[in-house]
Ligand binder design. Structure first.
Ligand code: GLC
Length: 462
């Protein structure tokens, strides 16, 4: 990973101010750039950048316990139902055509209290909304001289404040997505993948940076977010974004704010996108951000939705590896959430509610060598939660657990389960094989959870 960072750093930093085609070759999609940059590789000791009274552990505590967040991609791209910003960057539509969507963005059915009800219903403990995507259109009343839904669309009002207010009422943490890239800003070098406004113009880049920092300050001051979710850092280096200064200014405003990793090494936690990590990430804090279909924003033609059970499988996989899921919804231009997404969030919430002990206040589970499936552990490591997405032929098997089992039951219905131990002669210190019977009638239609109470903290054979 270090090597990747070093080579990307070199790529981005060769010639400061070359934020242009040289740093973003036209055949490079954002996906493959993100995939390389998805985990933060800290450039320096973060505790020295804007030192805070609070340790990283203290700042990240709520995030670690949250497990589920809801991502909201909302912007003018919902008017025509085309891809957010990328549709003009990749020249599927001209910038001029794209910006005509401003006229159709009404937010006429925007009821933030209903959104928050749905978010709460899903079991999420935080939400992250796009305050500004790469197209540069702010969803709040920016004082900078640039596009906003307040000044340039029929919506005509700040859409962020009322959502923040509703989230606060329900004690749901507030996350604000902010794109460092702004392809519409006159002093930003890139307009599309082929059209560059300038090359190597440090004065114009400085103008842009001043504007960019001013907007970041605005969202920090106006909304005191719990989390800022940066995006688009791949188009420039840490020096060019002045990433260190961004971190400093945000933590000065609010020592408790946490930052995702897309800040060229100055973030707090890793942000893989759509690709569920196969093995447990080494970073202590991470979150998978994922679409419900294949689009971030509203695209009515995209019906490739995951089923609720698939989303639950993915969610469980994340928490069993110690991470969170940030699940996306893309409301339409009126503010209506797509029915399929309402369904997924509702089903997910129902499942979580039934199994919440296995979800919140848990930590990553045991290695899959010990149990062929996802698992979590209670905070004190004395209860093991085993997730089961199928009907076992007979008992489920556990290996390498040195503890005695006090009791096993099905979470959510309480049925006590039979536990058998094999291959455990009295003279051997090796753990036996544990088999737990899970009768068919106790299975959950989406994902069963078996709780296993141990005789103390879990001890796994090395
Ligand atoms: C990407 C994309 C973007 C999307 C985001 C969500 O970086 O540029 O369109 O908003 O990821 O993770």
């Amino acid at each position: 990973m270090k090597t990747i960072w070093v080579s990307l750093f070199l790529l981005f930093s060769t010639g400061l101010m070359q934020v242009n085609s040289q740093s973003l070759p036209s055949d490079v999609t954002h996906e493959n750039l993100i995939n390389q940059l998805q985990f933060p590789v800290y450039q320096e000791d973060m505790s020295l950048v804007a030192p805070s009274e609070l340790s990283l552990e203290e700042r990240m505590k709520w995030f670690k316990d949250a497990k589920l967040g809801i991502f909201i991609h909302w912007g003018i791209y919902a008017v025509n139902g085309i891809s957010e910003s990328w549709s003009f960057f990749n020249e599927y539509v001209s910038h001029e055509e794209y910006m005509k969507q401003l006229k159709g963005f009404t937010a006429s059915n925007y009821h933030p209290e209903q959104w928050v009800e749905l978010i709460e219903r899903s079991g999420a403990h935080y939400a992250v909304i796009t305050t500004k995507h790469h197209d540069g259109v702010a969803l709040w009343d920016t004082k900078q001289n640039h596009y906003s839904v307040v000044k340039n669309t029929p919506a005509g009002r700040d859409l962020i404040s009322p959502l923040v207010k509703e989230l606060r009422k329900k004690n749901i943490k507030v996350g604000l997505y902010y794109s460092l890239i702004d392809w519409s800003y006159p002093d930003y070098p890139n307009l599309t993948k082929n059209i560059k406004r300038y090359q190597n113009d440090s004065v114009r880049w400085e103008n842009f940076t001043r504007f960019n920092h001013a907007q970041i300050k605005e969202i920090s001051k106006n909304f005191s977010p719990d989390l800022i979710w940066f995006d688009g850092d791949w188009e420039a280096s840490a020096e060019q974004w002045k990433a260190r200064q961004i971190r400093e200014l945000l933590l000065k405003d609010n020592p408790e704010v946490i930052l995702n990793s897309r800040l060229q090494g100055y973030g707090d936690y890793a942000t893989p996108e759509n690709g569920l990590p196969v093995s447990r990430p080494v970073e202590p804090y991470w979150e998978l951000c994922m679409t419900t279909n294949d689009s971030w924003g509203f695209q009515p033609g995209d019906k490739n939705f995951k089923t609720s059970t698939e989303v639950i499988q993915i969610f469980v996989d994340c928490i069993s590896k110690g991470g969170n899921l940030l699940l996306d919804i893309g409301p339409d231009a009126t503010g209506t959430v797509q029915q399929e997404q309402v369904q997924i969030l509702t089903d997910l919430g129902d499942w979580i509610r039934k199994h919440e002990k296995a979800v919140y206040h848990t930590q990553a589970g045991i290695p899959s060598d010990c149990y062929y499936g996802p698992s979590t552990l209670s905070e004190d490591s004395t209860i093991l939660y085993l997730f089961l997405d199928h009907q076992p032929n007979e008992g489920i098997m556990l290996k390498g657990i040195q503890n005695e089992i006090h009791r096993a039951w099905v979470l959510g219905n309480g049925t006590r389960l039979d536990v058998k131990v094999h291959n455990k002669p009295y003279w051997s210190s090796k753990p036996g094989l544990i088999f737990i019977d899970v009768p068919k009638e106790t299975l959950d239609a989406r994902m069963t959870v078996v709780a296993v109470l141990l005789d103390g903290k879990i001890r796994i054979e090395k």
